[in-house]
Design a protein. Structure first.
Length: 40
């Protein structure tokens, strides 16, 4: 689970209360990439 509550007021991180903005999507994509490429 990702928690970006600390980035709530960062410009372009959130589009509105319920939607991720441009910077937010880039951060989510990075985390998904790391998760998908983890070796167990």
């Amino acid at each position: 689970m990702l928690n970006y509550g600390n980035k709530e007021y960062e410009d372009y991180f959130l589009f509105d209360v319920m939607h991720v903005g441009v910077k937010g999507w880039m951060e989510v994509e990075k985390e998904l990439y790391k998760f998908a490429n983890e070796t167990n």
